[in-house]
Design a protein around this ligand. Structure first.
Ligand code: AMP
Length: 279
């Protein structure tokens, strides 16, 4: 596995791959890799001649009070995992190389970035879209792979690619979960043993919503109340939001008409966990 840190070297390498007529599959990550990330890598391996994984903890997608500094980083362990998956290139640029001090140009993502996670994380999706656009410009991948766990993120990237004619195919990979149902996440590492035992309640509450809909419940507000009660009554979760929205536009739904996205974000202590299901 090649490890490249210099964006210009990365660009040259990718251009040479494309000239040979080989397809490039790209998996952007922030590292602290787990099986969720590795599913994206496996999907990329199946569909691409050359697989590039980036590890970059992107400062412009973190709010001033968020966990940028203490975000888990273990590049050696991550590199070993990627090597085992037979990834071709690990791209691990520095913050200085990716984010010039005088950065002026950003990708604005409009109202799609202001709802759901955007409400409590203003500017987050602008930071995500901007860095993904930069990676796309350096790598020029044929296909890029994103996880359904961050549903809003993959939807915003799809919209960006369409709006700006980026010509990258976006593939969304299903959420990988622990046996308990808890979505795998780098941030799970922050949880204490007690919090870890409570964390599966987040997904359990989504399954309850799914059962309510299957049983004929049409009122979004009733389902939202049930989810909140279900999470709060059994755990120390503090709910950030529970939303039932159109899965493409993210407009709030009052009445359930399939397909809808049910998305939740909640804090266990200082750790913010998210999850969602499409119903
Ligand atoms: P992150 O490193 O958290 O920025 O995630 C990098 C990519 O991995 C994103 O596209 C995430 O949606 C995806 N991802 C993270 N956790 C999971 C999971 N449990 N299942 C599937 N994809 C995931």
């Amino acid at each position: 596995m090649l490890v490249i840190t210099d964006p210009q070297k990365m660009r040259k390498y990718c251009a040479s791959i494309s000239r040979k007529g080989l397809s490039i599959g790209f998996v952007p990550t922030m590292g602290a890799l787990h099986e969720g990330h590795l599913e994206l890598v496996k999907a990329a391996k199946k569909r691409s001649d050359v697989v590039i994984v980036s590890i970059f903890v992107n400062p412009i997608q973190f709010g001033p009070k968020e966990d940028f500094k203490k975000y888990p980083r273990d590049i050696k362990k991550d590199a070993a995992l990627l090597k085992k998956e037979k990834v071709d290139v690990l791209f691990n640029p520095s913050v200085e190389d990716m984010i010039p001090k005088d950065l002026l140009s950003y990708v604005e993502v409009g109202k799609m970035g202001d709802v759901l996670c955007g409400t409590s994380r203003p500017g987050h999706f602008r930071g995500v879209a901007t860095i993904v656009a930069k990676f796309f410009n350096i790598i020029r991948p044929d296909t890029a792979f994103f996880g359904a766990k961050d549903f809003q993120q993959q939807a915003i990237i799809r919209k960006m690619v369409k709006d700006l004619d980026m010509g990258v195919e976006i593939v969304t990979v299903a959420t990988v979960r622990e046996k308990s149902g808890l979505a795998k996440s780098s941030r799970n590492a922050y949880l204490s043993a007690e919090q870890r035992a409570q964390a599966p309640a987040l997904y359990a509450s989504l399954l309850l919503a799914k059962r309510m809909i299957a049983a004929g419940e049409k009122s979004a507000s009733k389902i939202i109340v049930a989810i909140k009660k279900n999470i709060l009554s059994r755990t120390d979760f503090v709910v950030d939001y529970v939303s039932i929205v159109d899965s493409e536009t993210f407009e709030e739904k009052k009445t359930i008409k399939r397909p809808v996205l049910i998305a939740v974000a909640a804090y266990l202590g200082k750790t913010r966990l998210i999850d969602n299901i499409l119903v």
